[in-house]
Design a protein around this ligand. Structure first.
Ligand SMILES: Cc1ncc(C[n+]2csc(CCOP(=O)(O)OP(=O)(O)O)c2C)c(N)n1
Ligand code: SF4
Ligand SMILES: [Mg+2]
Length: 346
């Protein structure tokens, strides 16, 4: 028997095993929600057969923003300045439209210092998966309230948050993002399906994931703790995703299930449980977010989707070939073109 080879590694549809999808060993606290999200990202990209060398990982500053080091080791990465990931992501996608961009931010990185950049990324519908690992606090700087902390929630020391929260999903929908979802780091199945679906979407996918900070914000009085999230999560229904390469036909009842066709031919099935929810209706999505928040609950699942909206590159009419690969003579106007411009200005 040959003892030099171990058990055969399971290969995905592009012939890779899971290794290049993994990252370095985490340095985050044991039990931090952010670690579970990294695991789901590894799984989703591996199972969807995305080539990790085609991926660019982006982040800002925070515990959450450290997590790209813990997934997709074979991808390229850019850990930007605090709150500045959207502009670097926009530049990366403009330079090379063949990239798949995934950005990880925190509720502080996005909702506080980075809110201006967030607004314009959403407004432009830049093709990028934007994950907010939302723990309601600044974990890296020892747990101060962030802008997503609920009014009346408390710090471990008993200090009460007097300020109203901002809701990143309601904002993203209002601003123009074409795929907006909320999930919980502890809901493996739902988060996995949402991530897989986001890989088939063209445009901004804004995914807010409630991701408890076990060190600073997992106590009674917090509305971002594991216990609170488990008790107040209101899933909109089951999210099932059938990628284009799985030739499976699914029987579903159009009365209880919404089927959404993604641009690459994949199918998304949203089975409703409670109410007759239409994820393509913008006003209904915003109403649901506010209505659940008023009850102290949070709705999870795909809150809003607009599969055919033009992304930023289409809006700008960017050429099909990545700009970064074009020779200089095609990106720099020659003397004749400049003379023509000067002539027109006379
Ligand atoms: C320009 C600048 N201002 C402030 C800081 C300090 N700082 C580092 S991380 C952080 C907030 C992190 O919170 P969040 O984005 O929610 O990430 P978490 O650690 O909770 O995952 C702050 C204020 C900084 N690094 N740079
Ligand atoms: S401090 Fe909080 S957010 Fe940061 S790694 Fe630890 S548990 Fe996670
Ligand atoms: Mg945070």
């Amino acid at each position: 028997m040959d003892t030099t080879t171990g058990p055969a590694k399971k290969l995905n549809r592009i012939g890779l095993d899971v290794q290049p999808y993994k990252g370095g060993k985490t340095t985050l606290c044991a039990g931090c929600g952010h670690n579970a999200i990294s695991e789901r990202i590894v799984e989703a990209f591996y199972e969807m057969g995305v080539d990790p060398r085609q991926v660019v990982k982006l982040s800002g500053i925070g515990c959450s923003s450290k997590s790209p080091a813990y997934f997709l080791g074979a991808a390229s990465g850019f850990n930007t300045v605090h709150g500045r990931m959207p502009s670097v992501g926009t530049g990366a996608m403009l330079a090379n439209r063949n990239l798949i961009a995934i950005g990880v931010s925190g509720d502080g990185d996005t909702g506080a210092i980075g809110i201006g950049q967030f607004v314009h990324l959403m407004r432009r519908n830049v093709p990028l998966i934007y994950i907010i690992e939302d723990n309601g606090c600044y974990g890296l700087t020892k747990g101060q309230f962030s802008p997503t902390a609920d009014i009346g929630s408390t710090l471990k020391t008993g200090v009460v948050n007097e300020l109203p929260p901002l809701d990143t999903c309601a904002l993203a929908i209002e601003l123009g993002a074409s795929f907006v979802a909320r999930s919980f780091s502890g809901d493996k199945k739902q988060l996995s399906s949402i991530l897989k679906a986001s890989l088939s979407h063209r445009g901004t996918c804004m995914i807010d994931v409630i991701s408890p900070c076990v060190t600073f914000n997992d106590h009674e009085g917090s509305t971002k703790s594991y216990a609170y999230a488990k008790d107040h999560d209101e899933p909109l229904g089951e999210v099932s995703f059938v990628p284009f390469f799985d030739d499976i036909s699914v029987d579903y009842d159009p009365g209880t299930t919404t089927a959404v066709s993604m641009h690459d031919g994949s199918k998304l099935f949203l089975k409703k449980v409670a109410e007759d929810y239409d994820p393509t209706d913008k006003l209904e999505a915003v109403r649901l977010i506010h209505e659940t928040a008023r009850r102290g609950e949070f709705a999870t699942g795909i809150l809003y989707i607009e599969p055919d909206k033009d992304d930023f590159l289409t809006q700008l009419g960017v050429v099909d070939e990545p700009l970064a690969t074009l020779p200089l003579e095609r990106v720099r106007p020659g003397k004749e073109a400049l003379d023509e411009v000067m002539e027109a200005l006379k």
